[in-house]
Design a protein around this ligand. Structure first.
Ligand code: IMP
Ligand code: MG
Length: 179
């Protein structure tokens, strides 16, 4: 285990078992459809890379990067598009992939934006769901695990851009935050 980790919340084995189940469920649901997975950078990359290999129906991928505005304007729920989609999503059955659904502010804005772009359908898959922190209602179609209101890292999730490469989801030691 990484030295900065206090405890493992979800093990690598549990993650892989669950992601495989999600891949099978998504493959059933999207059979005969025109699946486009849209990953939200950067947190989604690990989940997306694993999930897509458990998907057995034809599928394309694209990425977006967004950032929430600073504290002063965060109540507006407006997010800035840092990287937009590479191609039009018209006619696709879009599956948005995120690491975690937390307050819901980022995803509700992003989903509303995507709804204006002519996709046939838009669904959402996140590895984690932290329902206690929700400020904006967001419909979550596929979720890996629910987590308590604790800051977690690993499997794509970062603290100060680090720990994304951990194959499990864990909680940092308190002294790491006070560095
Ligand atoms: P929100 O749903 O708009 O609050 O934003 C969710 C984003 O905040 C996620 O995409 C993560 O990048 C980040 N985030 C939320 N909770 C955590 C956590 O526990 N660990 C790491 N990043 C988190
Ligand atoms: Mg993120």
């Amino acid at each position: 285990m990484n030295n900065d980790i206090k405890k493992i919340l979800i093990s690598e084995e549990d993650i892989q078992r669950r992601v495989k189940q999600l891949g099978e469920e998504i493959s059933r649901d999207f059979a005969g459809k025109n699946l486009l997975m849209v990953g939200v950078l950067k947190g989604s990359v690990v989940f997306m890379a694993d999930l897509m290999r458990y998907i057995t129906v034809p599928c394309e991928i694209d990425f977006m990067a967004v950032s929430s505005y600073g504290a002063g304007t965060s109540t507006s729920g407006v997010v800035k598009i840092i990287k937009d989609l590479s191609n039009p999503i018209e006619g696709y059955d879009v599956l948005v992939i995120e690491d975690i659904l937390d307050s819901g502010v980022t995803l509700s804005y992003l989903l509303e934006l995507l709804k204006t772009k002519g996709a046939k359908s838009i669904s959402l898959a996140t590895m984690l769901d932290k329902p206690e922190r929700r400020k904006k209602e967001v419909k979550l179609d596929y979720k890996g695990f629910e987590v308590p209101d604790e800051f977690v890292v690993g499997y794509g999730l970062d603290y100060d851009e680090k720990y994304r490469n951990l194959p499990y989801i864990g909680v940092l030691k308190p002294e790491i935050y006070s560095k």
